[in-house]
Design a protein around this ligand. Sequence first.
Ligand SMILES: C[S@@+](CC[C@H](N)C(=O)[O-])C[C@H]1O[C@@H](n2cnc3c(N)ncnc32)[C@H](O)[C@@H]1O
Length: 248
Amino acid sequence: MKFKQVYDMVGHLPCTEESQCRLLYDWIMEARPAECLELGFLYGKTSCVIAAALQEIGTGHLTSMDMEGVKHHQGNPNILENLKKTGLQDYVTPVFSPISYTWELKKQIETHSADGRCQPFLDFIFLDGAHLWEPDVCAFFLAMKLLKPGGWFLFDDYLFTIEKSDWWSREPQMKDKPDEYRKESQVERLVTLVVSQHPDIESVTIRDNWVWARKRPDATIPSGPTVAHLTKTVARRWLLEKLFHPKR
Ligand SMILES: C[S@@+](CC[C@H](N)C(=O)[O-])C[C@H]1O[C@@H](n2cnc3c(N)ncnc32)[C@H](O)[C@@H]1O
């Protein structure tokens, strides 16, 4: 599907603006990532844009994760309805999490792990979710395990702060947060202190408000040490817990 065609159908939805959607579409058309992951889809605007490019290429798949609650937002159709409207359902698997995308990434790592190694399968990851230090640092480390060597990470909203965000600044849970947290550019800190210091990241490019980071093509897939299970000591502790703290 051409960009104009998909944008005519989803362009009215909030979040990523047209020029960024265009950039994303063109990048997908050029890089042709086979397996994509999006963390944060809201109504599925960028999911539809990515899917339209994959359809145009003729192959590829997007897994997209968000919270269960976005299925029932008032005011806009949800991702399922937008995928139906655009006819792009075959290209996207939406995951509605009751917990967080970091929880869903745990499941992905479980699925792709064997013999103490996580086999990466993703070519492209778009992180456009919380924009907060705790979930997104965690998401980055988990998702890096799933990203193939040579694959790309895209981070939204480099200049984000809670104070500048219409949505987050109104959230009750942010009201009692200290100034240093509300004023911090949390995506910038993630990129500067974590992404660009990661040994498997080869390059980091900031363009407008987006950050592109590439995983080294020669990055290895590490296997951890053998885990020594001292079965008897674990069993004894379990038994003592059962006897003396049955409710824990
Ligand atoms: C900016 S919106 C995504 C917009 C979308 N990429 C687009 O442009 O069409 C951010 C989304 O991230 C989701 N989000 C934030 N933190 C999350 C978390 N910990 N787990 C899952 N989703 C999360 C929010 O529910 C919200 O829908």
